[in-house]
Design a protein around this ligand. Structure first.
Ligand code: HEM
Length: 529
């Protein structure tokens, strides 16, 4: 044993001379109330947990860095964006990444069939930029107002506390736009082998803005240099029987062994505007931007090279939000993105506390000094930088002291026109073409696994849900609907005879015959090469 071990103290700095025994009156007498050391220890322990994230509760994190190529495809990055993090080469921007599953609780198995969260914090010289994404490039819904209902259906039943397939499909059956995501999720792509061998995507549509104040629409993607590897349900069950934290273990083991995972950061871009010529709405996050029309343009790379020193301080208390953008990256009118942007910082003020941005894991890099007039609140750790006159914690000041506004830049001014209202549909008329295309372009083993998983799920659903789900699958691809119906013993003709959902247009059968093209499973092919 080392003689030089640090001495145990209380949080008040008092040395602890006996950490083994409670103070009592005599050897067998009662404990006394003035035992400050004991009371501090136990009462702090009583408060060790904070609420788990309402979604994405199970996660693992790692530190690393990002390096820009200074280009977007063949063009200088400055043509599209003035964000320094994407323009300046030779700079290693520090990063923190948290991977997660969505519906499971904090200690739930990492083998679950679920999208994987891929949340990234760039600590840039211009302040933080968070990109809060998933592994799959699309989502179930396209309007944020539906998110709480969707999560209620996906999380455990309020009576039995069990996740139920029928509750999941009861919600999905009312949302044709979810069929594309469900087709990915119920295939092996719904269980990535680990966090290293999976893609990431911002999913929602953003804008890049250049020095002239011109904007393009864009999507962000992470392509793993390790390739993509997914599991069948049977493979996942085998791992889960032995290890419920296999993905965290894989991440930590590889980083600790110096086998640093790396992703290429890519963007897809298209002109801002209505883009009426497209068969899908680029602001609809249930659709992919076909990669043959909108190629993935490399902009930089990310390497993860350090595991956290402490899980709670760095991973549990980390807080990512879609509102955290740097100059040169902007919001689009993607309704999901706008709804999400309210939700993240709101939940973090509740989950971590009003001053969550003062924690080292969430604060900007040390080179970026925070000067703000935000003050006080629980757990205030420091006072943000002020001007010379520390009495002036407001702005503007007649005395010309205190903090000053930053110099103006050429703003991007988006023209907006329309009638205020609640619009149920997106401009995308067809919610089945991309799902059907996905079904047809899966490899055989992926399609087999997809059908087997859906058949098992359908068997747990009551008939009205079964019929409506088969109706959706059949509209995506006739073979898809037929195979699910046959496997689960569902009457295909009865399903086909259903009327369209109330308030939804009849599906466009003609689109199924059209050749719809998309980039395909490009990363998986990279892995196989
Ligand atoms: C309107 C829709 C959505 C809402 C309201 C919403 C809300 C939330 C909330 C409240 C959290 C917990 C945050 C925390 O406690 O720190 C969260 C976490 C997360 N969400 Fe969403 N979400 C939505 C859609 C999405 C979508 C489309 C994606 C993927 C692109 C996504 C990816 C994530 C990720 C990765 C996390 C975990 C972040 C972390 O690791 O700390 N969410 N979301």
């Amino acid at each position: 044993m080392s003689e030089n071990r640090p001495i145990l103290t209380t949080r008040q700095g008092h040395p602890v001379r006996d950490n083994q025994s409670t103070r009592t009156v005599g050897e067998r007498g009662p404990a006394t109330l003035e035992n400050y050391q004991f009371i501090e220890k136990i009462t702090h322990f009583d408060r060790e947990r904070i609420p788990e994230r309402v979604v994405h509760a199970r996660g693992a994190g790692a530190h690393g860095w990002f390096e820009a190529y200074g280009k977007i495809g063949d063009e200088p990055a400055s043509k599209y964006t003035r964000a320094r993090v994407l323009n300046e080469t030779g700079v290693k921007t520090p990063m923190f990444v948290r991977f997660s599953t969505v519906a499971g609780a904090k200690e739930s198995p990492e083998t679950e069939r679920d999208p994987r969260g891929f949340a990234v914090k760039f600590k840039t010289v211009e302040g933080n930029w968070d990109l809060v994404g998933n592994n799959l490039k699309v989502f179930f819904i396209r309007d944020a107002i539906k998110f709480p209902d969707m999560i209620h259906a996906f999380k455990p039943d309020p009576v039995t506390n069990r996740q139920e397939a029928w509750r999941f499909f009861d919600f999905v059956a009312q949302h044709p736009e979810a069929i594309h995501m469900v087709t990915w999720l119920k295939s092996p792509w719904g269980i990535p082998a680990n966090y290293r061998e999976m893609e990431g995507s911002g999913v929602n549509t953003y804008k890049l803005v250049n020095d002239k104040g011109e904007a393009v629409l864009c999507k962000f993607h992470w392509q793993p240099k390790q390739g993509v590897r997914n599991l069948t349900s049977a493979q996942a069950s085998e791992i889960q029987a032995k290890d419920v934290g296999h993905a965290t273990r894989d991440l930590y083991d590889n980083i600790s062994a110096g086998n640093f995972p790396e992703w290429e950061f890519c963007v897809q871009i298209m002109p801002d505007g209505p883009n009426d010529h497209l068969s899908f709405d680029p602001l609809d996050d249930t659709k992919r931007w076909p990669e043959d029309q909108f190629p993935l343009l490399p902009v930089g790379r990310m390497v993860l090279d350090r595991v956290p020193d402490n899980f709670f301080a760095e991973v549990e208390q980390s807080a990512f939000g879609t509102g955290v953008l740097v100059d040169g990256i902007d919001f689009s009118d993607d309704k999901m993105l706008q709804g999400r942007t309210l939700s993240y910082s709101d939940t973090q003020r509740y989950r971590v506390g009003a001053n969550y941005l003062q924690l080292p894991i969430n604060a900007p890099q040390p080179g970026v000094k925070v000067y703000s007039n935000q003050r006080d609140g629980q757990m205030t750790y420091g006072v943000d930088g002020t001007g010379q006159n520390r009495h002036i914690n407001y702005e503007p000041s007649t005395l010309g002291e205190g903090l000053a506004e930053a110099p103006k830049k050429t703003e991007y001014h988006q023209p907006v026109e329309g009638r205020l209202g609640r619009y149920q549909t997106s401009r995308t008329e067809d919610d089945y073409a991309q799902a059907g295309h996905r079904y047809r372009t899966f490899e055989d083993w992926e399609r087999e696994d997809l059908i087997a998983n859906l058949v098992a799920d359908m068997k747990q659903c009551p008939e009205p849900i079964q019929l409506r789900m088969v109706w959706h699958f059949w509209h995506a691809d006739e073979d898809y609907g037929r195979r699910v119906a046959e496997g689960a013993g569902i009457d295909l003709e009865k399903a086909k005879a259903l009327p369209p959902l109330p308030g939804r247009a009849a599906p466009h059968k003609r689109l199924q015959a059209e050749t719809y093209t998309e980039g395909g499973n490009a990363p998986q092919k990279v892995a196989a090469e």
